[in-house]
Every structure is written in C-alpha cells, then in structure tokens.
Write a protein that binds this ligand. Structure first.
Ligand code: MRU
Length: 361
C-alpha cells in the first residue's frame, strides 16, 4: 500500500499532489500552480471557465490524467456557480463549458475522456432538478479523481515488478504525482519500489523547453527521498553509453490502437536511444490514456506551443527573435520501440494491436 505523495508548504501545511482542496469545492477549484515550482509551492483558486481553461493552457495544471481531473472538477464548480432556471438550460451550459474546456489542449485524450464521462453521467437524468444535476456532476468528477488515484497505485504495483535494487532508471518530462490524482504513472513504480526499500538511481531528463523534468520530476522525487540526477535532454545518449541506465519509463498523453504513443516532446528521441543501447523502454498509463478510436500515431493531433517558450523561456532571450521557431509539445514513439505498457491491468506486451484490444475491450 502506498502512502499518498505529499509536500510541505513554506507555511508548514502538508499538501497532496495536484489535488484540489476538496474543502474549496463545490464552488472553486484549488490546485497547485505548477508554473511556480520548484521555487514556490502555491495554490491558485479558480472559479470560472475562462480561468480553468487558461490554467490548462498555461500548464498551471498539466499531465494527462491531471488535466482530465481538473477539467471535470472545474466543470462541476463552474456549472454550480451560475444560476440557471431549467434542467434543459443547465445541460446546455454543461455541454458548452465542456466543449470549451476540451479545446484547451488537443493531445492528451484524458481531457476529453473525463469531460465526456461527466456529460454521460447526466445523460439519463435530463428531467431531474438542477440541484440534483449539479450534485451528479460533482460526484462524477470526484469519482474520476478517486479512480485515477487507484489506477496510479495499481500501475505502481505492476511496474515495481520490473525494478531491482540498484537499477538506474531514466524518465522524461513529469509523469508523477503532480501529473495525476496522486503517485503518477511513470513515477508510481519508483514510489512503490522505494517504499519496499529498493534503492534506485533515477535520471530525469530536463525536458526542454518547459523543464518539467528538472522543475517537477526532480522536485517531487527529491521530496520523496528518491535519488535523482537531472541531465539535459542531449545527455541521455552519453549516460546510456556509460551504462548508467537499465530501464526507461515514461508516461503518455494518448496511445493509439496499435501502441504508437504520444508523450512529451523528446520521448521519441529517448526511445530511439534506448533501442540503440538495448535498454527496455516502458510506457506507464491508465486505461483513460488509451484511445482505441485512433488506429495509429499518424492520427494523433500534436499540440503546437508558442515560439517564446524557446526564444525566451523563463525570461532570458536565448535566440534571435527574427528567426523561425518550431515548438511541437509532443512526439509519437512508434510501438516497435516500446517493450511494454505498464497499466492497472498488468504489463501489456507486443503484439500490441492484440494485447491492447484484449485489455481494453
Ligand atoms: O505538457 P505536459 O507537461 O502536460 O506534458 C506531460 C506529459 O507529457 C506526461 O508525460 C504525460 O501527460 C503523462 S502524465 C502521467
């Protein structure tokens, strides 16, 4: 059994992962502002749709499962704050707000998945009083969050079977407690292994341009007492060649039916390097990240982010601004490079077209 991942604020309070302060609900969504980490651990309070949309776009809250949870809880909060007279008007407002929030980021399927589940929960209740519909919506959002915590825990238990004392693990971006309801996906096996007394040496790619690996993964693993070394993304090949890495584990934003996997830009590069060095490359994800409706990676929409993230990331001008920039936020790792998917249903192995379909039918 895992303990919840928690951190100590400057004022001494202990806070949990991205977790909204449930006392703030139903009218507000309170969550950690991840743009301020690791310098400051602060909460923001969001009460309207534009603020929640903006928080997802700006990566105040980020990571595929976390944006799904935040959008669902945010939808419930927003649709409680506005007074509408009839169930029909309420349902129209829920649909409008869900559509708007789903458009905040296109790649992570968990966002639209969570909002769809919220809409579905109201489907058969169209004649119920508005207050009852509001309660159903909130309960669905809380269920999504609770389920995500349990999924991550199961992923951690399955993934920990791959780990042995003394191993070197490379991860990319942040697929930890900050990116989920708790524990994470790629980091969950590391938390479980640490609880079982295994000593691991984790290498965290810095993850240009927004540094989720150095700002967030290194921060949360260090807080948990797990040995973590930050490397720049372009150092991974050398570190592998030096035989410091036994296993790579990353998260995912969307996994197509054949196993092609969208994750943070640079993941594909890490997978190619792992293949060259014969290091097993695993993807950890819950069922909500699998997208059977998309046959392969070519069908995955890749989010494009502003040039300024590259040209003046974190304030410093790092390139002449007159030149062109290209800033895809994600890439797609071909399924051939993936040794297995660590899911709540166990570790799924190739041929993925068959094993994924069987697991998530
Ligand atoms: O742009 P981000 O920071 O939201 O990207 C996050 C990732 O790519 C994660 O690896 C992925 O969402 C999995 S989180 C469990």
């Amino acid at each position: 059994m895992l303990n919840s991942v928690s951190w100590k604020c400057a004022d001494g309070r202990i806070v949990r992962a991205f977790q909204p302060d449930l006392a703030g609900l139903p009218g507000k969504l309170r969550l950690i502002d991840q743009t301020l980490l690791p310098e400051q651990l602060c909460y923001v309070e969001l009460a309207d749709a534009a603020a929640i949309h903006d928080a997802i776009v700006r990566l105040v809250v980020r990571g595929a499962p976390a944006i799904g949870c935040a959008a669902a809880l945010g939808l419930a909060a927003v649709c409680r704050n506005q007074s509408v007279a009839t169930p029909a008007a309420f349902l129209a407002q829920v649909r409008r707000t869900a559509d708007y929030l789903a458009g905040a980021r296109p790649t992570a399927v968990n966002l639209s998945w969570a909002l769809r589940r919220c809409l579905d929960s109201l489907e058969a209740k169209t004649a119920a009083p508005v207050e009852q519909l509001q309660d159903i919506l909130l309960q669905t959002a809380l269920d999504i969050l609770q389920e995500d915590i349990e999924l991550c825990r199961a992923i951690g238990n399955h993934g920990a079977t791959l780990l042995q004392d003394g191993m070197g693990i490379l991860t990319h971006c942040n697929a930890g407690a900050l990116a989920t309801g708790d524990y994470g996906t790629a980091l969950a096996p590391l938390y479980v292994a640490a609880e079982r007394g295994l000593k691991l040496r984790v290498f965290s790619d810095e993850t240009r341009p927004l540094l989720q690996g150095s700002r967030l993964t290194a921060w949360e693993l260090h807080q948990a007492g797990i040995d973590v070394t930050v490397i720049c993304d372009n150092m991974a090949a050398q570190v592998m060649k030096e035989k410091r890495i036994d296993l790579v584990i990353v998260g995912a934003d969307r996994i197509s039916a054949n196993g092609d996997t969208a994750n943070k830009i640079g993941t594909y590069m890490a997978a190619v390097l792992a293949h060259h060095h014969r290091i097993p490359f695993y993807v950890a994800a819950p069922y909500s990240t699998f997208d059977p409706a998309t046959p392969d990676g070519d069908g995955i929409v890749i989010e494009q982010r502003p040039a300024t993230e590259i040209s003046r990331g974190f304030g410093k001008i790092t390139a002449p601004e007159q030149v062109r920039f290209y800033n895809p936020a994600f890439d797609v790792t071909p399924h051939e490079l993936i040794a297995g998917f660590i899911t709540e249903r166990g570790i799924l192995r190739p041929p993925f077209a068959r094993t994924l379909a069987a697991a998530f039918a």
